[in-house]
Design a protein around this ligand. Structure first.
Ligand code: PEP
Ligand code: MG
Length: 638
C-alpha cells in the first residue's frame, strides 16, 4: 500500500511521478511531474495540472540531485526505463515505488535501440522488450504533412499518446461506444476520464481531456491502448450537461469534427486527412533485428495489387493467400460471373468464364509484379455461389434481361441456391468438383499470367502456388488436381514455356488434418485455414459466435475469442498432428497458416514451435508477425 505524507502550505514538501526516459517519445532524460503541497493521488488523478519535474530542482535542489542519482542506479539495475513515485517531506526525498515504465510503441522502439547502443541490452533482448501488438499504433495513419502545415491549431494540450485522430466529437463513453461501434470515427472529449470510461475510450479514434497531465488516467490508458490522446487542454470551456464545449471562440457540439495530434498536443478544427505510416528509423532498426533472428517466414493475405504492395513495404515475403473470389465482385466482372451462375449448360458456363479469364489473368499478373518473384499462393474459388447473386430488384431485372430469361426464372434460380448452412454447404473444392470449368479457367489465368510475367522478368523465381480450399478427403484433392494439372500442363506446352507450379491444399476441415498423411501424397504444400478449422473443430459458426462469446467470457469458459487467438489445445493439436503426419510422407511439403491467427503474436509463437514454414496475415499485421516470429525464435533458443 502506498503512504502519502500530507503536505502543508508551510513545509517544503511535494510529491511527484517521474520516468527515467520520456514515455511518449523514449528520449533519454528525466521526465515527470511534480506538485507542491499535494498528495500523490493529486498527480495521478489529474485533478490539478502539475508542474514539470525540472521545477523541482529549483524548489528542492538537494532532494532533486539525490533523485537524479537514484534514477540512474535504478535504471542501471533494471536495465530498463523506470516509472517512479516519490515524495519530498521537509526537503527530504522518499522513494515510494519503482517499476518498468509503460511506454508508447514509438518510445519502446527508441528505448530498445538506445539500450543496445548504451551497452545495456543485446539485440535479442531489445527485440524481446517490445510488445508486437503495440506496433499496430505505429502503422496507423498520421496526419498528411502538407495538410497539417496548412492547418492552424485552435488549441493545445499535452501530447499524451501519439498518433493522429480525426472524428466527430462525443462527450460520453456511452456515445463513443455506440457511435464508434457503429463504424463512426469519434473523438471522446471529457473533463477527465476514469476507469468506467474504458469501453468508450477503446471505441474512440482519439481522446481529448480538459484536465490532467501526462500521468493522468486518460494519458496512461490511451498509451496502453495505443490510442491518440491529448490531455490537459485547460483552454477548453466544457459544458458537459449540454454536450458542448468552447475553444478559441467556437462552440463545438456533438457531431462536429475535430482533429487532434497526440504527439504535439495540437487540436484542430475540422478534418485533417491522414496518410499511412512507414517503417523507418528505430522501427526499421528493430524490424531488421527481428528479421535477423526469426526463422519463420512472414507472408501476407492480399487480394489486390495495392494490398500486396503495401504488404511488401511492410516486409511481407510472399502472398500466403489470395482469395480470388474478391476479384469477381468488381463491377466489370460481376455481370459475367452471374451469367456463369445462371448458365444452363457447361458450354454456356464456359462462355461466361471466358469473359472473366482476361480480367483474372490481368489481376494475377499485377500480383506477381507486386511480389517481384516472391511466392504467390492463389486460392481457387471458395464461397458458396449465392454470395454472388443480386439482391436488388433492378439488378435481378438486369440479369434476367442479359440472360434472356424471365425475372421469375432468375428469382427461382436464386432461391435454389439457398442453403441452410452455407458455410458447410456447396463451397470450396466442392464447387470445383461440380463445376470443373471454374477451376480450369482459374488455372489458365494463373499459368498464363505467370508465363507473361516470367517473360518480362526472366530472373525472377516465379512458381505459382495453386491452393485448393476445403479439402476433407484425399480423393477430392486428387479429382480436382487432375484437371488442374492437365490444364496447366497444356497451357505451358502450348506456350512452349518453362514454368514450374505447385498444387497444394488448405487444411481447414478436421478430417483433412486427421488424414494429412494421405493428403500429403498429393499436395505440394499445406496451408492451415484456421478460420474454418476453428469453426469446424468447435462447431461454432464463425459468423455467429460473437453473439454468445461474451457469455462464455462472463462464465469464464473462454478467456479469448478462439477466432482471434488460436486454440492451441484443440485446433493446435490438429495442426501439430497434420504436420507430424504429412512431413514424413512428403518431406518437401511446405506448410503455412493463413487464417486470422497468422497475425496474432501468441498464435505466431505456437506456429513457430510446431514447425511451420510461414505465417500469412493481413498487410498491416505483417510487422507484428515479423516481431512475434523473432521473439518466438529467441525465446525458444533460450
Ligand atoms: C480460413 O478458413 O482460415 C481461411 C483463410 O479461409 P477463409 O477465411 O477465406 O474461409
Ligand atoms: Mg476457409
Amino acid at each position: 500500500m502506498r503512504t502519502y505524507i500530507a503536505a502543508t502550505t508551510i513545509s517544503p514538501s511535494g510529491t511527484g511521478v517521474a520516468f527515467t526516459r520520456d514515455p511518449a517519445t523514449g528520449d533519454k532524460g528525466l521526465f515527470g511531474e511534480f506538485l507542491t503541497n499535494a498528495q500523490g493521488e493529486d498527480v495521478v488523478a489529474g485533478v490539478r495540472t502539475p508542474m514539470h519535474i525540472s521545477e523541482m530542482e529549483q524548489k528542492f535542489p538537494e532532494a532533486f540531485a539525490q533523485f537524479v542519482e537514484v534514477c540512474k542506479t535504478l535504471e542501471d539495475h533494471y536495465r530498463d526505463m523506470q516509472d517512479m513515485e516519490f515524495t519530498v517531506e521537509h526537503g527530504k526525498l522518499y522513494m515510494l515505488q519503482t517499476r518498468n515504465g509503460k511506454r508508447t510503441a514509438q518510445a519502446a522502439l527508441k528505448i530498445a535501440c538506445d539500450l543496445v547502443d548504451e551497452g545495456m541490452r543485446t539485440e535479442e533482448e531489445a527485440v524481446l522488450m517490445i510488445d508486437p501488438r503495440n506496433l499496430d499504433t505505429l502503422l496507423h495513419p498520421q496526419f498528411d504533412a502538407k495538410e497539417l502545415k496548412a492547418a492552424t491549431p485552435v488549441g493545445k494540450g499535452l501530447g499524451a499518446s501519439p498518433g493522429a485522430a480525426c472524428g466527430k466529437v462525443v462527450f460520453t463513453a456511452e456515445d463513443a461506444k455506440a457511435q464508434g461501434g457503429a463504424g463512426e470515427k469519434v473523438v471522446l472529449v471529457r473533463l477527465e476520464t476514469s476507469p468506467e470510461d474504458i469501453e468508450g475510450m477503446k471505441a474512440a479514434q482519439g481522446i481529448l481531456t480538459v484536465r490532467g497531465g501526462m500521468t493522468s488516467h486518460a494519458a496512461v490508458v490511451a498509451r496502453g491502448m495505443g490510442t491518440c490522446c491529448v490531455s490537459g487542454c485547460s483552454d477548453i470551456a466544457m459544458d458537459e450537461e449540454n454536450k458542448q464545449f468552447t475553444l478559441a471562440g467556437k462552440t463545438y457540439h456533438e457531431g462536429d469534427y475535430i482533429s487532434i495530434d497526440g504527439s504535439t498536443g495540437n487540436i484542430y478544427d475540422g478534418i485533417i486527412p491522414t496518410v499511412d505510416a512507414t517503417i523507418a528509423g528505430e522501427f526499421g532498426r528493430v524490424m531488421d533485428w527481428a528479421d535477423k533472428y526469426r526463422t519463420l517466414k512472414v507472408r501476407t493475405n492480399a487480394d489486390t495489387p495495392a494490398d500486396a504492395k503495401k504488404a511488401r513495404e511492410l516486409g511481407a515475403e510472399g502472398i500466403g493467400l489470395c482469395r480470388t473470389e474478391h476479384m469477381f465482385f468488381e463491377a466489370d466482372r460481376i455481370a459475367a460471373f452471374r451469367e456463369m451462375i445462371c448458365a444452363d449448360t457447361v458450354e454456356e458456363r464456359e462462355a461466361a468464364l471466358d469473359k472473366i479469364l482476361p480480367y483474372q489473368q490481368g489481376d494475377f499478373e499485377k500480383l506477381y509484379e507486386a511480389l517481384e518473384g516472391n511466392p504467390v499462393t492463389i486460392r481457387f474459388l471458395d464461397p458458396p455461389l449465392h454470395e454472388f447473386v443480386p439482391t436488388e430488384e433492378a439488378d435481378i431485372e438486369a440479369l434476367a434481361k442479359a440472360q434472356g430469361k424471365s425475372v421469375e426464372d432468375i428469382k427461382a434460380l436464386i432461391a435454389s441456391l439457398h442453403e441452410f448452412n452455407p458455410m458447410m454447404g456447396h463451397r470450396g473444392c466442392r464447387l470445383a468438383v461440380t463445376y470443373p470449368e471454374i477451376a480450369k479457367m482459374q488455372t489458365k489465368a494463373v499459368i498464363r499470367a505467370a508465363i507473361n510475367v516470367k517473360k518480362a522478368h526472366p530472373d525472377w523465381t516465379l512458381v505459382p502456388e495453386i491452393m485448393i480450399p476445403l479439402v476433407g478427403d484425399i480423393k477430392e484433392l486428387k479429382y480436382v488436381k487432375k484437371f488442374v494439372v492437365e490444364t496447366a500442363d497444356a497451357e505451358i506446352a502450348a506456350a512452349g514455356a518453362d514454368l514450374k507450379y505447385e498444387v497444394g491444399t488448405m487444411i481447414e476441415i478436421p478430417r483433412a488434418a486427421l488424414t494429412a498423411d494421405e493428403i500429403a501424397t498429393e499436395a505440394d504444400f499445406f496451408c492451415f485455414g484456421t478460420n474454418d478449422l476453428t469453426q469446424m473443430t468447435f462447431g461454432f459458426s464463425r459468423d455467429d459466435a460473437g453473439k454468445f462469446l461474451d457469455a462464455y467470457y462472463d462464465a469464464k469458459i473462454f478467456e479469448n475469442d478462439p477466432f482471434a487467438k488460436l486454440d492451441q489445445t484443440g485446433v493446435g493439436k490438429l495442426m501439430d498432428m497434420a504436420i507430424k503426419l504429412g512431413k514424413p510422407v512428403n518431406p518437401a511439403l511446405h506448410i503455412g497458416i493463413c487464417g486470422e491467427h497468422g497475425g496474432d503474436p501468441t498464435s505466431v509463437e505456437f506456429c513457430h514451435k510446431i514447425g511451420l514454414d510461414y505465417v500469412s496475415c493481413s498487410p498491416f499485421r505483417v510487422p507484428i508477425a515479423r516481431l512475434a516470429a523473432a521473439q518466438a525464435a529467441i525465446s525458444c533458443k533460450g
